[in-house]
Design a protein around this ligand. Structure first.
Ligand SMILES: [Zn+2]
Length: 451
């Protein structure tokens, strides 16, 4: 090999002879693509144009990044073919594969390369359906099989893969390309993966087929996916009413799409699942019936979450009062209290609820200062005084009112003064907050810094 003055500058043999010379000095005499700094080398390769030098760099540079830069500029197909098969770096082989079009070589790489990454790059460039079919059914990597499946159009083969591949991802990819409705329905009924089943349902356009799945599929998720996809009102009604699914929470999704008032009324009155009844009641034009249903659900043995949901919808004050005063679940009581309008009832709860947070919630709704003063007195007289309730009420009445309270014992006034020292009211959000946590503007931790 001779000297190439322009780009090489000095022969490799001579460089090899310069063993004792320092790196800095070497950098002066070496071609730039052999510089000790990888960035300088890559930049130098980007400036190369001589195909022979590019080929040499692509074949021999020790640095992957430098070889990669050279491959990007290579046009010599023979050299690219050699690198695609022999380079030690997966990345460089992949880049070479992306630059070649030789069908036989792509087929070889797709089947033989040990890196799934490189095989995928080859599969991406293959159009031969027979070869893709073989790879889709035999490659040991699910990622490579998946790549091949994406490019397959044969419905019978896709059907086989959709039902047989061990990878959920590959089955899903196959299912997305299947158009045959009966086959999709079959996969929706039988695949062991919820993702594959839902993908199959998503491909079904036939409303009757969806209704059948919604009614007969043994799996809850699949029935739900199918119900979600039904738009035909008569079929939705049929699904909701099919005796087998009475009391099934999933029918909510079908109910949400129903518009027939007499059917909604029937479901609201008599469905076995309180969530489904709620969903139907919310769609009723008949408000009186809706309120009756809410009250029934709130009184029933339904889950607390459904009872709270019902209370949120209730406007009947006497029913709300019943729950606010006597429900054993404190969250149910809290939900009811927040919806109460009667001040005397709210005052009663602010005085009597066993839970401090509920007493505080009620106290915050009180408009009348006399009622708040009564909360202060009662809270101090309790053995389980809640400082927040007490301070909230006390800070919302006048000093004269506080001084006027007739205490059962003298120590009670001192107890109140102590609580009012320890607990303040945030200047911004009006929540009771420990005085030691208030900032210089009188704001609580959450409000501090917020404007
Ligand atoms: Zn605050």
């Amino acid at each position: 090999m001779g000297l190439m003055k322009t780009e090489k500058g000095i022969s490799d043999h001579l460089l090899d002879a310069l063993n004792g010379v320092t790196t800095g000095l070497l950098n002066l005499v070496r071609p730039k693509w052999r510089h000790s700094d990888s960035w300088v080398r890559q930049d130098a390769v980007r400036r190369l144009s001589n195909p022979k030098v590019l080929a040499k760099v692509a074949r021999t540079a020790p640095d992957d990044n430098v070889r990669s830069e050279a491959v990007k500029k290579l046009t010599d197909t023979a050299v690219l073919a050699e690198i695609a098969q022999e380079d030690e770096s997966d990345r460089v082989r992949r880049e070479a594969v992306e630059a070649i079009d030789d069908k036989a070589l792509l087929a070889k790489v797709a089947q033989k390369d040990y890196s799934e990454w490189v095989r995928q790059a080859a599969v991406n460039k293959i159009a031969d359906q027979a070869l893709l079919a073989q790879i889709a059914q035999s490659d040991k990597s699910a990622n490579v099989r998946n790549r091949a499946v994406i490019k397959i159009s044969d419905q019978a083969l896709l059907a086989r893969i959709a039902q047989a591949d061990e990878s959920e991802t590959v089955r899903k990819t196959a299912v997305t390309q299947i158009t045959e409705q009966a086959l999709l329905a079959q996969i929706a009924q039988t695949d062991k993966s919820a993702a594959v089943r839902s993908t199959a349902v998503a491909g079904i356009a036939d409303q009757a087929q969806l209704a059948k799945i919604a009614q007969t599929n043994p799996n809850n998720d699949v029935r739900r996916y199918a119900m979600d996809a039904i738009t035909e009102p008569a079929l939705l009604a049929e699904v909701v009413c099919s005796g087998k699914y009475r009391g099934e929470h999933g029918s909510i999704y079908a109910v949400l799409k129903l518009t027939d008032q007499s059917l909604l009324a029937e479901i609201a009155r008599s469905d076995l699942d309180s969530g489904t009844r709620m969903a139907a009641a919310k769609k009723l034009a008949d408000q009186e019936l809706a309120q009756r249903v809410y009250a029934e659900i709130a009184r029933s043995g339904a889950a607390d979450v459904d009872r709270r949901d019902a209370l949120v919808m209730l406007t009947d004050q006497s029913v709300l009062a019943e729950f606010a005063q006597s429900d054993p679940n404190r969250l149910v009581r809290l939900t009811a209290v927040k919806r109460l309008k009667d001040q005397s009832l709210i005052a009663k709860i602010a005085l009597c609820d066993p839970n401090g947070f509920i007493r505080l919630t009620a106290a915050k709704e009180l408009q009348d200062k006399a009622a708040l003063l009564e909360v202060v007195r009662s809270e101090i007289e309790r053995t389980d005084t809640d400082n927040s309730v007490c301070a909230y009420a006390a800070w919302h009445v006048t000093k004269e009112q506080l001084d006027g309270i007739a205490w059962s014992e003298r120590s009670k006034a001192k107890k109140l003064a102590g609580i009012m020292t320890r607990v303040s009211i945030c200047a911004l959000c009006r929540e009771p907050v420990e005085t030691r946590l208030v900032d210089w503007k009188g704001r609580c931790g959450s409000c501090s810094g917020a404007s």
